[in-house]
Write a protein that binds this ligand. Structure first.
Ligand code: GLU
Length: 445
C-alpha cells in the first residue's frame, strides 16, 4: 500500500479498535487507491479518504422484546449512515448473532462503493441487530421487528435513509417493519423501505435480483475470454435468497449447479440441484440442508472438508463474509476454477483474493458482482416515487443492463489504470471516484 494511504489506514485502526471486518474492508479499498491519489493529490489535502472512512452518523440502540413464554430479551440495534454524497443512505438490515458495530461498518463501507457503481442516486448505509431469527416464532419475530422499528423510524425517510433486507431479514421482517413505520408516522411512505411485498409497493425481481445479477456479471466476465456459462459446473455456497436465485439464473444459462450449503453443512448434488425442492425447504419450511438430502436421491451431505473441495468451473460464494479462505482458494485453483463471483459481501479472505488474482482466475468482488440487489432496490424506489409497478420482464431487463454497465465500467477503469482484468481495483476506483467528486462539489461538509 502507498505510504500516505498506509497512514490513513493506521488512523482508521486507531479510531476504530477491535473492528476487524471494518479494517479488512477499508484496507482492501485503500490498497487500490494509490494510483488515484497520484493523479489527484488534492484528495489527500482535502482529507477525502479520512472523510469517506468516517461514517456521517452511527446509531446504536436498545431493542427490548418479549418471547412467547413471557421472557424479556434485550438486543442491540444498529444503523450506520455512512455516506450520503450520492443519495439517501441505502443498504440492508442484517439480523444475525454475529452482528456488532464492526460488521455493520464493514457492510456500510462496502455499500458506499457498491451503490456508486450502480449509477443510481443512492448513498451508503447498513444496519441490523444481534437478534437471531432462527427458531423464533412468527409472533416473536413480529414483536422484535416492531420494537426495532419503534426506535429506528425517527432516523428513516424516503429522502433520508432507506433500509432493506440482508441476512436474516426478508419479506416477512420487512412487512412487520413497514407496518410499524406506517403506524407510528401515519404515512404510507412506500419509498422508506425496499424489499416490500408485491401487493404493497414491492418490486418484481427484487427477490431474485442479487443472485441473478451475480450470474450476469459472471457471464460477462466469461465473455471477455470468449466463453459462456453454458455447460459449466457451478458451486454456490449458502441457501438464502442470493444462493437460490444465483442457482436459478445459472441453470437458465445452461450451467449445472452441483451444490449449496447452510450453517449446518453442505450438499453435493451431481444431477444438478432441484430448485423447486430447495425453495420449498428454505423459503417455505425454513428447513436445513439435511432435509434436502432426505428427499433427493442424487444428493449427498458433505462429510468432511468444505464445499470448495468439489471441482467446478465457477464458484459463487453467496453465504457470508470470510467463508472462502486461502487454502480453499488454492484447492479451487488446483481443480481448475475459471470464475469466482462474490454473491455475498466480502466472502473471500484477502489471501484467497490474492491467490485467485495471481492464478489468473476471473475474480469479481461483491461490491460489483452483487450490486444487482441494491440496484433493484433503487428501481423499487423509482416505482414507488411514480406510484407504478413495472413488469417482471421490464425490471429484469433494467437489472441486466445495470449489471452489464457495471462490468463495463469496472473493466474499463482497470484498463485505464494499466491493470486489465483486475476487477477489484476497477470496482474500488470506479466506485470511489464518483463519491469523491460529489463530496468535492459539496465543499467541506
Ligand atoms: N443487503 C443488500 C446488499 O448487501 C441489499 C441492500 C438494499 O437493497 O438496500 O447490497
Amino acid at each position: 500500500m502507498d505510504q500516505k494511504l498506509e497512514r490513513v489506514y493506521e488512523s482508521v485502526i486507531a479510531r476504530n479498535p477491535g473492528e476487524a471486518e471494518f479494517h479488512q474492508a477499508v484496507r482492501e479499498v485503500l490498497e487500490s487507491l494509490g494510483p488515484v491519489i497520484d493523479r489527484h493529490p488534492e484528495y489527500l489535502e482535502m482529507k477525502m479518504l479520512e472523510r469517506i472512512c468516517e461514517p456521517e452518523r452511527q446509531i446504536i440502540f436498545r431493542v427490548p422484546w418479549m418471547d412467547d413464554k413471557g421472557e424479556v430479551h434485550i438486543n442491540r440495534g444498529f444503523r450506520v449512515e455512512f455516506n450520503s454524497a450520492l443519495g439517501p443512505y441505502k443498504g440492508g438490515l442484517r439480523f444475525h448473532p454475529s452482528v456488532y458495530l464492526g460488521v455493520i461498518k464493514f457492510l456500510g463501507f462496502e455499500q458506499i462503493f457498491k451503490n456508486s457503481l450502480t449509477g443510481l442516486p443512492i448513498g451508503g448505509g447498513k444496519g441490523g441487530s444481534d437478534f437471531d431469527p432462527r427458531g423464533k416464532s412468527d409472533s416473536e419475530v413480529m414483536r422484535f421487528c416492531q420494537s426495532f422499528m419503534t426506535e429506528l423510524y425517527r432516523h428513516l425517510g424516503e429522502y433520508t435513509d432507506v433500509p432493506a433486507g440482508d441476512i436474516g431479514v426478508g419479506g416477512r421482517e420487512i412487512g412487520f417493519m413497514f407496518g410499524q413505520y406506517k403506524r407510528i408516522t401515519n404515512r404510507y411512505e412506500s419509498g422508506v423501505l425496499t424489499g416490500k411485498g408485491i401487493g404493497w409497493g414491492g418490486s418484481l425481481v427484487r427477490t431474485e435480483a442479487t443472485g441473478y445479477g451475480t450470474v450476469v456479471f459472471a457471464e460477462e466476465m466469461l465473455k471477455t475470454r470468449g466463453e459462456t456459462l453454458d455447460g459449466k459446473r457451478v458451486m454456490v455456497s449458502g441457501s438464502g435468497n442470493v444462493a437460490i436465485y444465483a442457482s436459478e439464473k445459472a441453470a437458465q444459462l445452461g450451467a449445472t449447479v452441483v451444490g449449496f450449503s447452510d450453517s449446518s453443512g453442505f450438499v453435493v448434488d451431481e444431477a444438478g440441484i432441484d430448485l423447486d425442492l430447495l425453495k420449498q425447504i428454505k423459503e417455505i419450511e425454513r428447513g436445513r440442508v439435511s432435509d434436502y438430502v432426505e428427499r433427493r436421491s442424487s444428493a449427498k451431505l458433505g462429510a468432511n472438508g468444505s464445499i470448495w473441495d468439489v471441482p467446478v468451473d465457477v464458484a459463487l460464494p453467496c453465504a457470508t463474509q470470510n467463508e472462502l479462505n486461502g487454502d480453499q482458494a488454492a484447492t479451487l485453483i488446483r481443480n481448475g476454477v475459471k470464475v469466482v463471483a462474490e454473491g455475498a459481501n466480502m466472502p473471500t479472505t484477502p489471501e484467497g483474493v490474492h491467490l485467485f488474482q495471481e492464478a489468473g482466475v476471473l475474480f469479481a468482488p461483491g461490491k460489483a458482482a452483487n450490486a444487482g440487489g441494491v440496484a433493484t432496490s433503487a428501481l423499487e424506489m423509482q416505482q414507488n416515487a411514480s406510484r407504478d409497478l413495472w413488469s417482471f420482464e421490464y425490471t429484469e431487463d433494467r437489472l441486466t443492463d445495470i449489471m452489464k454497465n457495471i462490468h463495463e465500467q469496472v473493466a474499463a477503469t482497470a484498463d485505464s489504470y494499466g491493470r486489465p482484468g483486475d476487477y477489484v481495483m476497477g470496482a474500488n476506483i470506479a466506485g470511489f471516484e464518483k463519491v469523491a467528486k460529489a463530496i468535492q462539489a459539496f465543499g467541506l461538509v
